[in-house]
Design a protein around this ligand. Sequence first.
Ligand SMILES: Cc1cc2nc3c(=O)[nH]c(=O)nc-3n(C[C@H](O)[C@H](O)[C@H](O)COP(=O)(O)OP(=O)(O)OC[C@H]3O[C@@H](n4cnc5c(N)ncnc54)[C@H](O)[C@@H]3O)c2cc1C
Length: 465
Amino acid sequence: MRMAETFDVIVIGSGPGGYFAAIRCAQKGARVAIVEKAEIGGTCLNRGCIPSKTLLASAELLLQVKTAGAFGIDIPSVSVNWAKWQQRKDAIVGAMRKGLTGLIQANKIKIYEGVGYCTTPKTVVVESAKGKTELTASKGIIIATGSQPAEIPALPFDGKTIISSNEALSLTAIPKTMVVVGGGYIGCELACVYAAVGTKVTLVEALEHIINNEDAWVSQLLEREFKKQGIDVLTNQKVVSLISDGTVTKVVLESGRAINAEKVLVAVGRRATCDKRTIENLKLQTKGPVIAVNDKMQTSVAGVYAIGDAVGTTYLAHGAFAEAEVVAENILGGDKKIGDYALVPKVVFTFPEIASVGKNERVCEKEGVEFVVGRGFFRANGRSMAHNETAGEIRVAREKASDKILGITMVGAKVTEFIAGARLLIGTAEKFDDVSFPHPTVSEVLKEAWEDSFGMSVHQTPKKK
Ligand SMILES: Cc1cc2nc3c(=O)[nH]c(=O)nc-3n(C[C@H](O)[C@H](O)[C@H](O)COP(=O)(O)OP(=O)(O)OC[C@H]3O[C@@H](n4cnc5c(N)ncnc54)[C@H](O)[C@@H]3O)c2cc1C
């Protein structure tokens, strides 16, 4: 064991939670170390947000090019160079990883490569090919060890036919057929990528709807749009097994139906990761697979904090950022609480995109709140028509008694870009006629929906009384 080196803060994991917390702590003057066992940037940068959005960007452009005729642009033939999609994705990820590493170093944060685990609430051991190093933390330790794809017993990953999102982001050839098991955001986004390049995609979801945490209208709208993209969506269906005759592999559903699947992408969620030794040595309290924390991101052990996917709250990078802000304050003596998780926007980068913030209609109904829903439509929006992207709508839920906006849900092109602005409307009873939205922009549909909640949408025909 190499001699102990002392830091104010030690962060285990360099994903969005870990690197953000580390940099914030360093900005506040702390001496910080990051321990990372794989690539800097974590899931998000290397096997999540960025590679998936890069492939989705190629897929979106491909679909747009195919409709170029509608814009008066004749493109005689379009072909996909899949190897270049992969190279472009790897180049973007590589450049971002280099940038992030430089940023961490510029903040004078020391990076330790290896597996980190806690031996006491003040010490972390880093295990690598070079041996073991012990680090001491004078102020505290932040566990930001993220998550891994969840497996299902019927379809254990083999990395070749039964794959997770890790492999699905890096396939060397376009499969002819793919069954995506799980209609959450990861399954839906990757279904869009592969359907765009000609894979026959079947999406199987055990629940009533895909993207089941949103209101039913969102899922139904997406299911309709997926059909147009050639994606078969099977809901209320469970996969029970995989059969193969040596040449053709089929996924068998509970109903007995068998579907051809050159690749089976299992995207049924993520499982929190934390080194067992940390849990045992500290007797850290867990809630199932996740580390238990309070609203200050403190674990059951004083001075040890946990954030991000490891605590299983949002499973979103910007959720991890929000928790990192809290922990960076508290580990250096502050007293900050995490805000309302409903205000962390949920985003899905499918075609069309989905974005929501605040309470959706289902939650309002469950809570017995009296509310009115206003709707605005992209099909009636000039910019959306100009761009040939008219699918989708925005709904605003407004509390009847107070006029306060409770929730906003959007389905449409590029809606993920303006949900952060929409989030500022949540909880306000601002008068819409005082707020100017630039024309012509797709964001005007948000104002239409807001106005419509008062029956005052100028661009919609009056409703029958
Ligand atoms: C395909 C896909 C697409 C996604 N798209 C989006 C998106 O568009 N938007 C969004 O907000 N979120 C998205 N996510 C989710 C997002 O990636 C995660 O929520 C986010 O990465 C969580 O950050 P984290 O810091 O908690 O953990 P991670 O990013 O998982 O990072 C954890 C890090 O800890 C390291 N580690 C683990 N154990 C140890 C140990 N013992 N010692 C040292 N290092 C260790 C790991 O190697 C890893 O680098 C996506 C996820 C996937 C899989």
